[in-house]
Design a protein around this ligand. Structure first.
Ligand SMILES: [Zn+2]
Length: 200
């Protein structure tokens, strides 16, 4: 019988993966294998690719701390803040990510909250979606999962939203980063919209 291990990020308990590759984030290899399963489902069904960015960011935010690279946590939280608080599309989130660059001392450390007793995980998304071959189930569960993880951060790490906003302000307003951006569609439009939010 294979041993079962608790994921240090999200808390799900799974049998150890048969072939242990070191985890990329603060996670067990078995938990990351479930992530790969739902990412595979998104790639097979182009209609679900709009969830791809949210999936990557939600997983990153839920597996912060430990050996997870701080840059990944910062990008994930920025993605959730943009998508869930401000309704940015996946494409617009990617446009912002592409211009965030590398961490500076102005970026907050973003210490993860203690995992709440109940939050949704990749396993809930896999069971509602790929394991039932259900696009709709995936869509609903992926949205609820992202809300549940962002809520855990807001409640367990108060001020995380202000931290994200301050970080984006330091990147986009204080460095002249946006000079040379022209146009009102595509990536430029996403950045202009962000600047509007940050200047308000
Ligand atoms: Zn996990």
């Amino acid at each position: 019988m294979r041993l079962r291990t608790t994921c240090p990020g999200c808390g799900i308990v799974l049998p150890d993966a048969a072939h242990e590759e070191p985890a990329r984030l603060h996670a067990t290899p078995a938990c990351e294998a479930v992530l790969d399963e739902i990412l595979g489902f998104e790639f097979q069904h182009p209609v679900m690719l709009r969830f791809h960015q949210l999936t990557v960011d939600t997983y990153g935010a839920q597996h912060a701390g430990g050996g997870a690279p701080p840059i990944r946590v910062a990008y994930s939280l920025a993605g959730l803040w943009l998508a869930l608080e401000h309704g940015f599309s996946a494409e617009d989130v990617r446009a912002v990510h592409r211009r965030m660059g590398h961490p500076t001392p102005a970026w907050p450390a973003f210490d993860p909250p203690a995992p709440p007793r109940r939050w949704l995980t990749v396993l809930d998304v896999a069971e509602a979606g790929v394991r039932q071959h259900s696009d709709g189930g995936h869509a609903r569960a992926a949205s609820q999962w992202s809300e549940s993880v962002w809520t855990a951060w807001l409640e367990g790490a108060p001020g995380v939203d202000d931290g994200v906003e301050g970080m984006l302000r330091s990147i986009f307003l204080e460095t002249g980063h946006h000079e040379g951006l022209h146009g009102t569609i595509g990536p430029a439009a996403a950045i202009h919209r962000l600047l509007g939010l940050l200047e308000a």
